[in-house]
Design a protein. Structure first.
Length: 413
C-alpha cells in the first residue's frame, strides 16, 4: 500500500498550508488593528502597550512560521528522506537485541532532535523574548535546565521506553491494552509526583507569606471547600517576566502555585479573583475531564498503533525497509500529528468553554470586576494581543479572546 505515501504527503501539505494561512491571517489582522486600542480597553491600556503586544504577536508568529517550515523539513528527512532508515541500520550493526536497539534508536533520535531545535530555542529566549523585555534567563540557567531535563528524561524515559517496547515485542496481540494501562498509571504517578519531586529541581517554591493576600486566599478556600497541601510562590522571575498561576498535583498532593511576577503586578483582591477562577476549573472537574479525555485518546492511539504495526506498507511508505516494534512506535509518533491536526479547533473550543465556566464561578465566589482588572493587567504585562484574528483564535486559542471574555464577565458584575 505505497499509496499511503501519497496520503501522508497530501495531509502534510494541507495541514501545513492551513497553518501558514492561519498564521498569515493573524499577522494581517493584528497589523490592521495595531494603531488603535479597542474601545473596551481604551481607558486601561495605552496605545504604546497595545502596539507592543501587536509587535510581540507578529514576532512570535514569524518565528512560528519558520519553526513550521523546519519541522516539515525535519519530518520529511526522518521519514521519506531516509533518516530513520540510516539510524536504524547504524544501531542494528551492533547486533544488540531489538529491545536495546530500539531504545538506542529512540534516544539518539531524541538527542539529534534536541540539537536541531537548540538554535531556535536560543533565539526565542535570548533574542525574541529579550527584545520585548520578558527574558530573565541567563545562559547558565538555560543550559542547566537543559542538562537537568535530559538527565530527568533518561531516568524516567529509558525505563518507560523499555517497558513499552518489551510489551510490543512479547506481550501478544493485546500488548497495546497493557501498554495503555501502564502509561495511564505512569501519567497519574507523574501528576502526583511533579509538584513535590520534579518541579523543585527547576524552581524554588516558598509558602505564601502571611498578610492580606494569604487571608483572602484562606477565606476563599474555606467558602469553596477546597483543600490543598498549601499555597506556594514560585520564582518565575528567574526565567521570565510573564506571570501566571496554576494548580498542580491531585489528591492530597494538590498545590496552588503563584508566579512571583504575578503577585508583583496584582492587588490582593485581584489575586483572590484569579485564584477563584482556578478553583472554578477544579469545581467544574475540568482537570479530571481533561485527564479522562487524554486517557481515551491514548487508548485510541495505542489501538491504531497496534494495527499499523502489523502492516508492512506502513513502514515502506514512510521510508523504513525493516519492520520492527520500535520503528512502528517512532513512525506513529512522528506522523500522527499530521493526521490529528484538524481536531485542534475542537479541543480549543472545549478549552474556551471551560474558561467561561471558570470565569462564572470566579464571579460568583469573588468579584467579576476584580477579575476583569486582573485580566487586563495580565494582558498588559504579558503583551497578549487584544485583537486576534477570529478564525486563528477559534482554531488555536485555549482562552477566549480578550474582548469576548471581558464582555462575558461584565454581564455578571
Amino acid at each position: 500500500m505505497l499509496s499511503f505515501t501519497v496520503i501522508f504527503l497530501l495531509f502534510l501539505v494541507v495541514s501545513t498550508g492551513v497553518q501558514l494561512w492561519l498564521s498569515l491571517r493573524q499577522a494581517r489582522h493584528v497589523s490592521q488593528h495595531r494603531n488603535a486600542v479597542p474601545s473596551a480597553f481604551a481607558d486601561k491600556i495605552s496605545l504604546a502597550e497595545h502596539q507592543k503586544a501587536a509587535d510581540y504577536t507578529q514576532a512570535r508568529g514569524k518565528l512560528g512560521r519558520l519553526d513550521l517550515w523546519l519541522s516539515v523539513g525535519i519530518l520529511l528527512a526522518w521519514t521519506l528522506g531516509g533518516g530513520l532508515e540510516l539510524l536504524d541500520q547504524f544501531w542494528r550493526s551492533f547486533g544488540w537485541s531489538p529491545l536495546w536497539t530500539g531504545t538506542a534508536v529512540i534516544l539518539s533520535m531524541t538527542f539529534i532532535g534536541s540539537l536541531i531545535d537548540l538554535p531556535l530555542s536560543l533565539y526565542r529566549t535570548f533574542i525574541l523574548e529579550e527584545r520585548f523585555g520578558f527574558n530573565k534567563t541567563t545562559l547558565k540557567t538555560f543550559f542547566s535546565d537543559m542538562v537537568k531535563g535530559a538527565a530527568l528524561g533518561l531516568v524516567i524515559g529509558v525505563p518507560l521506553i523499555l517497558f513499552v517496547l518489551w510489551l510490543m515485542e512479547g506481550a501478544g496481540s493485546l500488548w497495546w491494552l497493557y501498554a495503555w494501562a501502564g502509561l495511564t498509571a505512569f501519567s497519574l504517578l507523574m501528576t502526583w509526583a511533579y509538584p513535590k519531586f520534579i518541579a523543585p529541581l527547576f524552581n524554588k517554591f516558598e509558602p505564601l507569606q502571611e498578610g492580606e493576600v494569604a487571608q483572602r486566599i484562606d477565606a476563599l478556600l474555606t467558602r469553596t471547600g477546597f483543600n490543598s497541601k498549601g499555597v506556594f510562590v514560585m520564582d518565575g522571575s528567574k526565567r521570565s517576566a510573564h506571570g501566571n498561576a496554576y494548580f498542580t498535583g491531585f489528591g492530597r498532593n494538590k498545590r496552588i502555585v503563584f508566579f512571583d511576577t504575578l503577585l508583583k503586578h496584582l492587588t490582593p483582591a485581584q489575586i483572590e479573583a484569579v485564584l477563584a477562577h482556578e478553583l472554578g476549573h477544579f469545581k467544574h472537574k475540568h482537570i479530571v475531564k481533561g485527564m479522562l479525555l487524554s486517557v481515551a485518546m491514548t487508548f485510541i492511539g495505542f489501538a491504531v498503533l497496534a494495527w499499523l504495526m502489523q502492516q508492512t506498507w506502513f513502514y515502506q511508505s514512510l521510508g523504513v525497509s525493516q519492520p520492527s516494534a520500535y520503528m512502528a512506535l517512532l513512525l506513529f509518533v512522528l506522523v500522527s500529528p499530521v493526521f490529528t491536526f484538524f481536531i485542534s479547533p475542537i479541543m480549543a473550543r472545549l478549552s474556551r468553554k471551560h474558561e467561561f465556566e471558570a470565569d462564572s464561578f470566579a464571579a460568583s465566589q469573588s468579584s467579576a470586576t476584580e477579575l476583569i482588572a486582573a485580566l487586563v493587567g495580565l494582558y498588559k504585562e504579558n503583551a497578549n494581543t487584544l485583537t486576534p484574528d477570529p478564525l486563528h483564535s477559534a482554531f488555536y486559542d485555549s482562552h477566549p479572546p480578550a474582548a469576548i471574555r471581558i464582555a462575558h464577565l461584565q454581564q455578571q458584575t
